[in-house]
Design a protein around this ligand. Structure first.
Ligand code: NAP
Length: 298
């Protein structure tokens, strides 16, 4: 019999991931702080938990997917947290993007109760969560990774065991350094093209398949050219991830000058109330410096 799954945090990512677990045939108990967000999944056959501890008491494997480090601590360690309902031998899988150091501390607290933990942050956005095509980078013990593999396979495509506790979070932050580095390069290049008076669509067509191409350029440059700021990933979450990079880099003594600069640019956009726009709206920070804008194609 397959293990019973609990799922905590039914946001943009969590609701798609949980639905895929149901589709794969797992018995599922869900909980979300805003209770109305549980309705869809309950209608699809999930049980509704009363709180995170209740979800843990009804489950063998408990998945968390909430916003930031303090939120993961709340749902796992607080008074009604997972730690108070989980039985010895249970496995907690945290799919949020949070601090690698805090991850190791949470794993230690769970281990003291005989509960296992894996950190398993994801990449692939809301689309990947809905389609079950996420990339999942996993830290923790090898036997627990093997145990969780059928669960990961229901939610993702590229599933990689990258090391011990916190290693999954570290690799996710590596991913984010590359994402924003690609993003700032794209923004600077498009603004330069605009200043040079060339047609932006023709510029895109000429170079997107060559050595300068990237996922970011292919998917987000067309959005910028249309001034379409709808988010695949919001500025607020992107800025949170860069804060995690800067904190970890400081602890490790690793220089991250480009990421530091981009972190500050995102700050300026948040200050202008743009936190819910897509991360490619980074170009607005450069437009503010330049004093001119990318022109929308109508
Ligand atoms: P989201 O749509 O903002 O959802 C956040 C979820 O966390 C909601 O269910 C929210 O509950 C819950 N939550 C937040 N603080 C909480 C607290 N203190 N106690 C209990 N529940 C709390 O975010 P998301 O996009 O799903 O992202 C979730 C995680 O995945 C984040 O760590 C994010 O960085 C990561 N991620 C996101 C993407 C993406 O493209 N969106 C891609 C990769 C990774 P309420 O419904 O009550 O607010």
């Amino acid at each position: 019999m397959s293990e019973r799954i609990g799922f905590i945090g039914l946001g943009i990512m969590g609701r798609g991931m949980a639905a895929n677990l149901l589709k794969a045939g797992f018995e599922l108990t869900v909980w979300n702080r805003t209770a109305t967000r549980m309705q869809d999944l309950v209608a699809q056959g999930a049980h509704a938990g009363a709180d995170p501890a209740d979800v843990a008491a009804r489950s063998d494997i408990i998945i968390t997917c909430v916003s930031d480090t303090p939120d993961v601590k709340t749902v796992i360690l607080d008074e009604q947290g997972v730690i108070h309902g989980a039985r010895p031998g249970a496995l907690v899988i945290d799919c949020s993007t949070i601090s690698p150091q805090a991850t190791r501390e949470i794993a230690d607290a769970l281990r003291a109760k005989g509960v296992f933990m894996l950190d398993a942050p994801v990449s692939g956005g809301s689309e990947g969560a809905a389609k079950g095509t996420l990339s999942i980078m996993v830290g923790g013990a090898g036997d627990q990774f093997e145990r969780a593999l059928p669960v990961f396979q229901a939610m993702g495509k590229t599933i990689t065991h990258v090391g011990g506790h916190g290693a999954g979070q570290t690799v996710k932050l590596v991913n984010q350094v590359l994402v924003v580095g690609n993003c700032i390069a794209m923004c600077e290049a498009l603004l330069f093209a605009q200043a040079g008076g060339v047609d932006l669509q023709k510029t895109y067509d000429a170079i997107s398949q060559g050595a300068a191409g990237s996922w970011m350029f292919t998917n987000r440059a067309p959005q910028i050219i249309q001034r379409d700021w709808r988010p695949g990933f919001t500025i607020d979450l992107q800025q949170k991830d860069l804060r995690l990079v800067l904190e970890a880099a400081d602890e490790l003594g690793a220089p991250v000058p480009v990421t530091s600069l981009i972190f500050q640019f995102y700050r300026t956009l948040q200050a202008q109330g743009l936190g819910s726009e897509g991360n490619h709206a980074l170009i607005k920070a450069l437009e503010n410096l330049a004093g001119f804008e990318i022109k929308a194609i109508r």
